[in-house]
Ligand binder design. Structure first.
Ligand code: NAP
Length: 365
C-alpha cells in the first residue's frame, strides 16, 4: 500500500533542496506525500503538484499521526516538541530528521547509507524508528574518506574545516552577501590603490557599519574559527560532533579519535576540509588513491597537481552537485604513516538533504 508521508520544513533551506531532489528523482510519485507547515497550514498546495492538495498543520498531532513516515527539516526545537507528543499518542511510524536533537539517542540511527547501509538495515530490523541525518562536515568527511575507513586504515584523524555560511541557515547566507556588498559597493576600483582599499575594508570590518546579527562577527573578507556552542573540553560542539557522530555512523568497536578546528569561511554552500590522517599501517600512495577514489559513486580522486586541484578541488566545481572530490593526497613530513588530504562537498546535498530522501527510499524498499 502507498505510504503516507509528511514533509515538514519543506519551505526552509534544507527542505527546499530536499524537495528539489525528490522531484528530480521522482520520489514523490512513489508515496502519498503531504506538505506540513506551521505558517501555511490549511492553505492550498500551489507549490508541489506531486503532493496532496492541502497543506497540513505541523503542530497538529492528530494530522501527523495519520502518517506512516514523517520527514522533518523544521529544526531541533520542533523535533523535541513534536516527537514525544506523537509517541505519547501511540504513533509508531518512522521519523526522518535533519536536526541534530536526536542524533546521539540510543534509539536513533545516524543515516549515511553509502557508509552505513548495513547499520541502517540492522536497525530497521531491530525496530528503530528514528533515522537522523548526520552533521554536514561529518557526512562529507565520510563520503570523501569512506574507502580508508572501510579498509580499517584510519588510526586517527585531524580535520580542519572551511565551512560555508549556509550551514548557519538562509538568513546567514544573505548576511554574508550583504556584508560583501556593503563593503565592495563603496570601493572605487579605478581610483583606489590596493593598500588603501584594504585599509578601508579593515575599517568597515571593525565598524558598526555592516550587519553581523547572524554570525556575531564579520565573515566577509574574514573568517570565524568558532562554530556552535562551547564544550567543557575546549572544543566547540561542531568539533565534538566529528568524533562522536562519525563513530556512531560507522558503529566502530574501538572509537577512532577525530579532532580539529572548525572554521566558518566566506563561502556560500560548500564545506571544505583539510585532513591529516594517521594510518594504521603504511600503504603505497597509489593504493591509497585507488581506495579513496573507488569507495562510492560520488567521491572523485583528484591527482595532486596544480592544474587539477584548481579545476576540481574547489567549491566552484562542487556547488549544487553530489561530487565529493578528494585531493592533495600525499605522505607528510611526519613519516609514512601520515597522510595529507583535502576535500570539498556541497553541504546542502550530501551534508543535509540527500541522506534524508535516500532513507525514505530505503524504508519504501
Ligand atoms: P530554515 O531555512 O530556517 O527553515 C526552517 C523553517 O522556517 C521552514 O520550514 C519554515 O517553516 C520556517 N520559515 C519561516 N520563514 C521562512 C521563510 N521566509 N522561508 C522559508 N522558511 C521559513 O532552516 P534550515 O536551515 O533549512 O534548517 C532546518 C534543519 O536542518 C535545522 O534543524 C538545521 O539544524 C538542520 N540542518 C541544516 C543544515 C543547513 O545547512 N542549514 C544542514 C544540516 C542540517 P514553516 O513552513 O512552518 O513556516
Amino acid at each position: 500500500m502507498t505510504k503516507n508521508v509528511a514533509i515538514v520544513g519543506w519551505r526552509g533551506m534544507v527542505g527546499s533542496v530536499l524537495m528539489q531532489r525528490m522531484q528530480e528523482e521522482g520520489d514523490l510519485q512513489k508515496v502519498n506525500a503531504t506538505l506540513f507547515s506551521t505558517s501555511q497550514k490549511g492553505q492550498k498546495n500551489d507549490f508541489y503538484p506531486e503532493c496532496t492538495d492541502t497543506i497540513g498543520d505541523s503542530n497538529n498531532i492528530e494530522e501527523l499521526k495519520a502518517m506512516d513516515i514523517i520527514i522533518t527539516c523544521q529544526g531541533g526545537d520542533y523535533s523535541k516538541e513534536i516527537y514525544p507528543k506523537l509517541k505519547a499518542a501511540n504513533w509508531n511510524g518512522y521519523w526522518i530528521d535533519a536536526a541534530s536533537s536526536f542524533r546521539m539517542d540510543e534509539d536513533a540511527t545516524i543515516i549515511l547509507d553509502p557508509l552505513n547501509m548495513d547499520v541502517i538495515k540492522t536497525d530497521i530490523a531491530n525496530g528503530i524508528k528514528k533515522f537522523i541525518g548526520g552533521n554536514c562536515t561529518v557526512s562529507l568527511m565520510l563520503m570523501g574518506l569512506g574507502g580508508l575507513f572501510k579498509e580499517g586504515l584510519v588510526e586517527n584523524l585531524v580535520s580542519h574545516t572551511y565551512q560555508a555560511a549556509s550551514g548557519a541557515g538562509a538568513a546567514a547566507m544573505m548576511e554574508l552577501l550583504k556584508q560583501s556588498n556593503d563593503i565592495t559597493s563603496k570601493i572605487d576600483f579605478d581610483a583606489m590603490e590596493a593598500l588603501n582599499a584594504e585599509k578601508f575594508v579593515s575599517h568597515m570590518l571593525n565598524s558598526n557599519e555592516i550587519n553581523t546579527e547572524k554570525f556575531l562577527a564579520p565573515l566577509s573578507y574574514s573568517l570565524i574559527p568558532w562554530i556552535d556552542s562551547p564544550m567543557e573540553n575546549g572544543q566547540t560542539r561542531e568539533e565534538w560532533k566529528a568524533m562522536a557522530e562519525a563513530n556512531k555512523i560507522l558503529r566502530t568497536k574501538n572509537p577512532i579519535a577525530i579532532d580539529g578546528t572548525c572554521v566558518r569561511v566566506p563561502n556560500l554552500r560548500c564545506h571544505s576540509q583539510a585532513f591529516t590522517i594517521r594510518l594504521t599501517k603504511s600503504v603505497e600512495l597509489k593504493t591509497i588513491e585507488e581506495i579513496i577514489g573507488s569507495h562510492n559513486d560520488w567521491v572523485e580522486f583528484v591527482p595532486n597537481n596544480k592544474e587539477e586541484t584548481l579545476k576540481k578541488l574547489t567549491p566552484a566545481y562542487v556547488s549544487g552537485t553530489h561530487r565529493v572530490p578528494v585531493g592533495r593526497v600525499r605522505k607528510t613530513n611526519f613519516g609514512p604513516l601520515y597522510l595529507n588530504a583535502f576535500s570539498v562537498g556541497d553541504q546542502l546535498l550530501w551534508g543535509a538533504a540527500e541522506p534524508l530522501r535516500r532513507m525514505l527510499m530505503i524504508l519504501l524498499d
